[in-house]
Ligand binder design. Structure first.
Ligand code: KG4
Ligand code: ZN
Length: 357
């Protein structure tokens, strides 16, 4: 395989298949670690398998793999509008190598390597969590559209990555290096949302369903259930959501006439209290200038609002990607691939389900 040749403007094909989204993107990347990279999304396609996994109440790894293998060539054709010559002009292919479901990851890696061979393009492994982490650098039509000019205002930064598989707090000194401050000791927060939704007999994935119920609560609504806030006061930066989920289960079992809306609101409030409190404490302990929020659960309105409000109150910048770049996508993978080129970081071209950050 050819090695990557650096150009001041690079065209990168991103491929993401770590879970139940098959996604491809063509991204133009430029800039460096000092000034901040700039990304322009030329084309992007995402195909969600949610409907296929819904009857099982969660993602079935081998079913995901089969769907990725089936969809990748169809999506590539769509991405390129059948103009495969476009692939001659790309500089590299970036593909997710982990963390994620290994059979699903292999589908993307094999596809990327075959394309790389056919079009003589280098293939770069990308870390899915770094994809989420760097999503704040992606173009954003709604807020903070000019991160590049604010790069001096960002670091040190505290990053909270919240997804279906992870809940991690990081401290970033710059774009190149970071330290893991803490993570969940049991369930990821997205997983807790999905499990609570199942208890409430809501469809998979549960996060958006719980949010829908919360949005229907009146403005004057006050939490009367008061679920526990696990580890909210501990000195570390770790999380735990399994006990909270169990409390919801017991509450529903013991209250035959419970209100789904009340439970959704109280559960969301408890989970978000812990996330907000610990993130803000880390920011204060390490004199952070900004808070970076990413991952699928960053789509949650209550979380975004509360965390950005707390950041503002404390004079910190708050960065979150546009909604579509919080959930799994290939634009963030192309971006993480470009960052790997800049950082001279190489991942093994091998699916690693447990790869961390
Ligand atoms: O990052 P992501 O798309 O996939 C993983 O890498 O896991 O995150 C998916 C997770 C699911 O658990 C889903 O329920 C949750 O993000 N999620 C939400 C919301 N939208 C998606 N959780 C809470 N509120 C939402 N609005
Ligand atoms: Zn993800």
């Amino acid at each position: 395989m050819d090695s990557v040749k650096f150009h001041s403007v690079m065209l990168i094909l991103g491929i993401e298949t770590s879970c139940d989204e098959t996604a491809l993107a063509l991204v133009q990347a430029s800039g460096n670690l000092k000034t901040g990279p700039k990304f322009e999304v030329l084309r992007e396609v995402v195909s969600s398998q949610i409907a296929i996994h819904r009857p099982f109440g969660g993602v079935v790894p081998n079913l995901a793999k089969r769907e990725h293998i089936k969809n990748l060539p169809i999506l590539l054709k769509k991405l390129l509008s059948s103009n495969f010559q476009l692939l001659d002009s790309i500089d590299a292919i970036a593909v997710t190598v982990g963390p994620g479901l290994e059979p699903a990851l292999w589908a993307g890696i094999t596809f990327a390597e075959e394309l790389g061979k056919k079009y003589k393009k280098p293939v770069i492994g990308a870390n899915h969590l770094e994809g989420h982490l760097y999503s704040f650098l992606l173009p954003n039509k709604t807020v903070n559209s000019n991160v590049k000019n604010q790069i001096s205002k960002i670091f040190p930064a505290v990053a909270l990555i919240v997804s279906g598989g992870h809940t991690v707090l990081l401290l970033l000194k710059n774009l190149k290096s970071w330290k893991r401050l803490g993570e969940t000791r049991d369930d990821a927060v997205g997983e807790a949302f999905d499990k609570v939704a199942r208890v409430l007999k809501l469809p998979y994935p549960g996060g958006p369903e719980i949010q829908k119920l919360v949005e229907k609560l009146p403005k004057s609504w006050k939490d009367k259930i008061n679920f526990p806030r696990p580890m909210i006061g501990t000195k570390d930066y770790d999380f735990s959501f399994s006990g909270l989920k169990t409390s919801v289960l017991y509450y529903v079992r013991d209250h035959k006439k419970y209100s789904k809306q009340e439970v959704a609101g109280s559960f969301s409030g408890a989970a978000i209290d812990v996330l907000t409190k610990k993130t803000m404490r880390a920011a204060s302990d390490f004199n952070a200038q900004s808070i970076l929020l990413s991952g699928g659960v960053a789509a949650n309105k209550m979380l975004r609002e509360r965390l950005s409000q707390r950041a503002n109150e404390n004079g910190l910048e708050f960065f979150v990607a546009e909604h579509k770049y919080n959930t799994d996508n290939a634009v963030m993978i192309a971006a993480a691939g470009y960052l790997n080129i800049l950082r001279k970081k190489k991942y093994k071209m091998k699916a690693d389900g447990m790869l961390n950050i």
